[in-house]
Design a protein around this ligand. Structure first.
Ligand code: SAM
Ligand code: SF4
Length: 455
C-alpha cells in the first residue's frame, strides 16, 4: 500500500454545517500543498468530520475509525485526524484515547482555524495532538475553502445555538450563538458570485435569530450610527441587491423566531424563492413544551397559513421526531393531524435517540423501541403520501431548474433543483452544471420530478 506524500481524504458525517467545515479544511490543506484523493487507502492524511446529533452517527463513526486502523497498521506514517461535533464531548474523547490510541489528531468545532499548525506538528514531531476549546470565541474570518460546487455554495451567517431543545446536543457541541458581521457575509457572497456561484444557502442553527452588527458608515459616523443592527430579514434584503446572484436559500428556521418582516421579504426580494424548511418536531403541545420548543401546534399552523397566504406555490419541508420521551398515542396522532393540515412537500423524519448530556436523557418515560419504529413507519407513510400528491400536482408546469450535473442513477439524465427546491431529472441536452433551464414537468414521483426541456 503506497501513498502520495501530500494527499488527503475527508469523510464528512452530518449536516450542512459539517459539509461547510470540511470545505474549509480542504481549503487549508490545498494551501499547504496537499491534493484531494477519493481513495482513503492512498491518502497521507485522513480526516473524519463527525456528527453527534443522533446515535446512529456515533456508531457509523466508530465503524469508520476501525477501518482506518487497518491502513495505519500497514503504513504507520498515515495520519488520522478526527474533528467535528463528537469531539466536543469528553466521554467520546476518553473512548477514543483508550480504545483507538493510534488516532493522531483530535480537534473540536471551535478550533478549525488552528488545524494547519496542529497537522504540521503531528507530521514534524510525530506527537499526538488533542486540541479542544470548550467555547467558541471570536469568529475567525477569511479562512480558505475548497468548495464542492462552482455554481452553489453554503455561507455560514452564524455559529452555535442558544435554544437548548431538550433532546438536542448541538448547543453543547457548537457553543453559544455568534453572528457574523453583515459586511463579511456580503464580501464572501460577492466573491462567490464573481467565481460563478448563482445560488447561496445561508447556514445557521436558527437563522431567524441572526443579529449582525454592521460597521458604521464612515461618512456618517455619529454616536447613533456606531451599532447598526442587522436582523435576518435585513440581511436577505442586502443580499438580494448582489448583482449576479440568482437564488437565496436558508437553513434552518426556528418557528418561534420567524418574523413578519421575513415573511414580507418573500414578496419584496426577488431572489428569495418560494421554499422554506421549518422544523416542527411534534404536533402535540405537551411534547413541544417538554422539548422546550417555545411554540404550540396552533402557533405553527397559523405561521404556515400566513406564509402560504403571502407566498404563492410555497414549498414547505420540516423535521419531525417520533418517540420523544413521554409521547403517547394521542400525542403522536396530534403530530399526524398536523401533517394532514400542513401537507408538507417532504420531511426529515427521525426516531428519537438519547443524547448524553441533554435534559431529555434523564426523562424516565422513554418510549419502547418497537413503539417508536411503528410510529415512525406510520408517519413516513403520511409524509410520502403528501409528497407524492404535491409532486403530481406539478405535472404540466414549466419550472426554472438550476442544473447540478449528471443524475447519479442514469447518465443520460441531468439533475437540478427548481426555485421551490424540488429535485428534477430531465434528458441531458448538453447543459452544464450552473445553467438555468426551463423544464416542463411530465411526471411527479414521491421524492422527485421528471421533465423535458421547454424551449
Ligand atoms: N437547528 C435546527 C432546528 O432547530 O431545526 C436543527 C438542527 S439538528 C442538527 C437537525 C434535526 O435533528 C432536528 O431538527 C431534529 O429533528 C433532529 N434531532 C436532533 N436531536 C435529535 C435526537 N436526539 N433524536 C432524534 N432526532 C434529533
Ligand atoms: Fe438543536 Fe433546537 Fe438549537 Fe436546533 S434550535 S440546533 S434543534 S437546540
Amino acid at each position: 500500500m503506497t501513498s502520495n506524500q501530500n494527499s488527503f481524504h475527508i469523510q464528512t458525517f452530518g449536516c450542512q454545517m459539517n459539509e461547510r467545515d470540511s470545505e474549509t479544511l480542504a481549503g487549508m490543506l490545498s494551501e499547504m500543498g496537499y491534493v484531494a484523493t477519493t481513495d482513503k487507502k492512498a491518502a497521507s492524511v485522513a480526516i473524519i468530520n463527525t456528527c453527534s446529533v443522533r446515535e446512529n452517527a456515533d456508531l457509523r463513526f466508530f465503524g469508520t475509525l476501525g477501518q482506518l486502523k487497518k491502513i495505519k497498521e500497514v503504513r504507520p506514517d498515515f495520519v488520522v485526524c478526527i474533528c467535528g461535533c463528537m469531539m466536543q464531548q469528553q466521554h467520546i474523547i476518553d473512548t477514543v484515547k483508550s480504545k483507538y490510541p493510534w488516532v493522531d489528531l483530535i480537534f473540536g468545532t471551535h478550533n478549525i482555524h488552528a488545524f494547519p499548525g496542529l497537522l504540521q506538528n503531528v507530521r514534524d514531531e510525530r506527537i499526538k495532538q488533542v486540541a479542544i476549546l470548550e467555547n467558541g470565541g471570536e469568529i475567525v474570518e477569511g479562512l480558505p475553502a475548497k468548495r464542492e460546487h462552482k455554481h452553489k455554495a453554503f455561507v455560514n451567517i452564524m455559529y452555535g445555538c442558544d435554544n437548548f431543545c431538550t433532546y438536542c446536543i448541538v448547543p453543547f457541541t457548537r457553543g453559544r450563538e455568534r453572528s457574523r458581521k453583515p459586511e463579511e457575509i456580503l464580501k464572501e457572497v460577492r466573491n462567490l458570485v464573481a467565481d460563478g456561484v448563482k445560488e447561496i444557502t445561508l447556514l445557521g442553527q436558527n437563522v431567524n435569530s441572526y443579529h449582525g452588527i454592521a460597521d458604521p458608515v464612515p461618512s456618517q459616523t455619529t454616536d447613533d450610527d456606531t451599532n447598526r443592527e442587522v436582523d435576518f430579514a435585513d440581511l436577505i434584503h442586502l443580499l438580494d441587491e448582489v448583482e449576479g446572484l440568482e437564488r437565496i436559500r436558508f437553513m434552518t428556521s426556528h418557528p418561534k423566531d420567524l418574523s413578519e418582516k421575513l415573511i414580507e421579504a418573500y414578496s419584496s426580494c426577488g431572489k428569495l424563492h418560494p421554499y422554506i424548511h421549518l422544523p416542527v418536531q411534534s404536533g402535540s403541545d405537551r411534547i413541544l413544551a417538554r422539548m422546550n420548543r417555545k411554540y404550540t401546534a396552533k402557533y405553527y399552523l397559523d405561521l404556515v397559513n400566513r406564509l402560504k397566504a403571502t407566498v404563492p406555490n410555497l414549498c414547505i419541508t420540516t423535521d419531525i421526531i417520533v418517540g420523544f420521551p413521554g409521547e403517547t398515542e394521542e400525542d403522536f396522532e396530534e403530530t399526524l393531524n398536523l401533517c394532514h393540515q400542513v401537507q408538507f412537500d417532504s420531511a426529515f423524519t427521525f426516531i428519537y435517540s438519547i443524547r448524553k448530556g441533554t435534559p431529555a436523557e434523564n426523562y424516565g418515560d422513554q418510549v419502547p423501541e418497537e413503539v417508536k419504529h411503528a410510529r415512525f413507519n406510520r408517519l413516513v407513510e403520511v409524509i410520502n403520501h403528501y409528497a407524492a400528491e404535491k409532486n403530481h400536482a406539478c405535472v404540466g408546469r414549466v419550472v426554472s431548474v438550476l442544473v447540478d450535473g449528471s443524475s447519479k442513477t442514469d447518465e443520460t439524465m441531468l439533475t437540478g433543483r427548481t426555485e421551490e427546491f424540488k429535485l428534477v431529472d430531465f434528458p441531458d441536452g448538453g447543459q452544464k452544471a450552473g445553467d438555468i433551464v426551463n423544464v416542463e414537468i411530465t411526471q411527479g414521483k414521491t421524492f422527485s420530478l421528471r421533465g423535458i426541456e421547454s424551449r
